[in-house]
Design a protein around this ligand. Structure first.
Ligand SMILES: Nc1ncnc2c1ncn2[C@@H]1O[C@H](COP(=O)(O)OP(=O)(O)OP(=O)(O)O)[C@@H](O)[C@H]1O
Ligand SMILES: O=P(O)(O)OC[C@H]1O[C@H](OP(=O)(O)OP(=O)(O)O)[C@H](O)[C@@H]1O
Ligand SMILES: O=C(O)c1cccnc1
Ligand SMILES: [Mg+2]
Length: 546
């Protein structure tokens, strides 16, 4: 049965998300565990990251749906086993392959935060419990599925925060990290808040709205107006087609005069291209106006064609600007549209869509905002989909308990010390509804209660502690996989997108700001603090100086 509502069961990427999509060392460890009679050992792993990406103070958790698909199908096929035989040493006992062949994820229990939640460093995003060997074999694939998805969703959410009410669409397919990188980028930028993608396959697979304009090549392929055949358009009323090139030329002469542009500087090939596009898509006319000169040619030709097709009942969509000073040119365009709209008494003209593209990133958007741009839609490719500012999120997968005994890996770097044991995660909210602090506790502690004082401690700095009286307590880790089955009704992508929005709303704006954001507080209970530090001292040998 397919429990998944996202449509990703048709996803071609599913074929590569399989047990062999892992590092060799997981398989060699599995053999060594097996040889060491650890088949019945029971482990708990935490999946978490240590630092927020993009110099920010928040991260969006994404990729859970793909992880659950992976667990559902976790199984080494005959050909997988055959291949493993060829790469592992001859000394491997053949019973190990029989053991591998029979493995499933049915004995694994997976706890996770809802996909789309805002998350913070050091807290478990997932807790994986089950047979040590199986839980270990899942490491690389789960990390691969969570790391890029969460990075991408966070990148997109940051761009959306910068863009505010301005629409954002993803145009990155051509420059993404291969076909699967591109599909993931489209999917997770939609979750992060983008309104659409140019990627048609992503549209089909994930039901994301697809959007687009046309390329410079379309404009430059038309040399002049003389040989244009695609220039007739049937009026919306159903009358017989009229020559919209002729009509556009008449309007162009008037528009050039109104906007004080020399008619000889307006490019004829560009006009022919716009007429051809409008004749092909009269209800979806959008024009790329920067091939020659935005002010002196592109906008004049666009207005002329938009006025011509308006005469026969069609409302144009707008323009895209792909070079030059995007703030300045957007203001020029809005000014032209306002003037023309008034003179011809067409109220919607002033509101024509202005789309901007060309190497846009978060900083560009913030700078354009300061310049009071008049852009309605940012079309963003390279920086978004490649996460150029930070190309990887550092999620790790660490053993925190074996056979009921807490484990911790020490590090010279305090930030890298692992918080041991099986833990739960709670988000405590203030009266105003803001998330105040995240609290980790040992799983056997009773959960914090609403309106009851709880001591929250910094995991490593003794003096940093606070009493919190939460107005609301949210248990963040929910059970998603147990007994070989998905345990929750999984949301579709649109719903996950809403979770991102809602979750971000609950975080104070100073935590989300671009420049010097305030860190969100992540804490441990008093009991977990004591446990962690006692175990730390037990594990850290006392050095000798001589
Ligand atoms: N008003 C603006 N404020 C800040 N950044 C801007 C503004 N307008 C454009 N940009 C950014 O500046 C960069 C301009 O790129 P570039 O210098 O390559 O110019 P271009 O317009 O593409 O020129 P060309 O067409 O000659 O390649 C792009 O990254 C674009 O997003
Ligand atoms: O700049 P990005 O954020 O990566 O956004 C996507 C870019 O890809 C296209 O350019 P390209 O030169 O490939 O084709 P075009 O002729 O359609 O502009 C588009 O015009 C954008 O400039
Ligand atoms: O539709 C567009 O305008 C588009 C799509 C992808 C890349 N650049 C532009
Ligand atoms: Mg371009």
């Amino acid at each position: 049965m397919n429990n998944f509502a996202t449509g990703s069961s048709q996803d071609s990427m599913n074929t590569i998300i399989q047990p062999l999509l892992t590092d060799l060392y997981q398989i060699t460890m599995a053999y060594a565990y097996w040889k060491s009679e650890k088949v019945k050992d029971f482990a708990v792993f935490d999946l978490f990251f240590r630092r927020n990406p993009f110099c920010g103070e928040f991260t969006i958790f994404a990729g859970l749906d793909d992880c659950l698909h992976f667990l559902e199908r976790f199984h080494f096929s005959d050909s997988d086993i055959e291949y493993l035989r060829t790469i592992l040493p001859d000394t491997i006992e053949k019973e190990f392959f029989t053991y591998l062949k029979n493995l499933t994820a049915n004995d694994i229990t997976l706890y996770a935060l809802p996909e789309g939640s805002v998350v913070f460093p050091r807290t478990p995003l997932m807790r994986i419990e089950g047979p040590l060997i199986v839980a270990q074999l899942l490491e690389t694939t789960l990390l691969n599925l969570i790391n890029f998805a969460s990075l991408m969703a966070t990148n997109a959410a940051r761009y959306k925060i910068a863009a505010g009410d301005v629409m954002c669409v993803e145009f990155g397919l051509r420059r993404a990290q291969g076909p699967d990188g591109a599909l993931s980028a489209s999917k997770y930028s939609y979750i992060g808040g983008f309104e659409g993608t140019s990627n048609v396959l992503a549209g089909k697979l994930y039901n994301i709205p697809v959007k687009g304009t046309h390329a410079h090549s379309f404009v430059t392929s038309f040399h002049d107006t003389s040989l244009l055949s695609n220039k007739y358009l049937a009026p919306k009323s159903g009358d017989k087609p009229i020559d919209i090139l002729e009509l556009a030329m008449k309007y162009r002469a008037d528009v050039a005069k109104i906007l004080k542009v020399v008619l000889t500087e307006v490019n004829d090939g560009e006009l022919a291209a716009f007429v051809a596009f409008a004749a092909s898509f009269p209800n979806g006319f959008i024009a790329l106006v920067d091939t020659y000169d935005v002010k002196k040619s592109g906008l004049i030709n666009f207005c002329a064609v938009a006025l011509a097709i308006n005469d026969v009942g069609y409302k144009s969509i707008g323009i895209r600007i792909d070079s030059g000073d995007l703030a300045y040119l957007s203001k020029v365009a809005r000014g032209y549209f306002t003037d023309i709209g008034k003179i011809y008494n067409i109220p919607w003209f002033e509101k024509l869509l202005i789309m901007a593209s060309n190497d846009i990133n978060e900083e560009t958007i913030l700078s354009l905002n300061e310049q009071e741009h008049k852009i309605d839609c940012f079309a963003i490719g390279t920086h978004l989909v490649t996460c150029q500012r930070q190309p990887a999120l550092g999620c790790v997968y660490k053993l925190v308990e074996v056979n009921g005994q807490a484990r911790m890996k020490l590090s010279q770097d305090v930030g890298k010390v692992i918080i041991p044991g099986k833990k739960d995660l709670y988000r405590l909210y203030s009266k105003s509804g803001d998330a105040l602090i995240d609290l980790m506790q040992n799983s056997d502690e009773s959960p914090p209660a609403e309106n009851k004082k709880v001591l929250c401690r910094h995991p490593f700095e003794e003096s940093k502690r606070a009493f919190v009286i939460p107005s609301k307590v949210e248990a963040m880790l929910k059970i998603y996989w147990k007994d070989g089955k998905v345990q929750q009704n999984l949301p579709n992508l649109k719903t996950v997108r809403e979770t991102v929005k809602e979750s971000l709303k609950s975080i104070r704006s100073d935590i989300k700001r671009n420049l010097n954001p305030t860190p969100y507080k992540v804490s441990v209970s008093d009991s977990l603090y004591t446990f962690l530090h006692t175990l730390w001292l037990e594990n850290a040998p006392i050095g000798e100086l001589s």
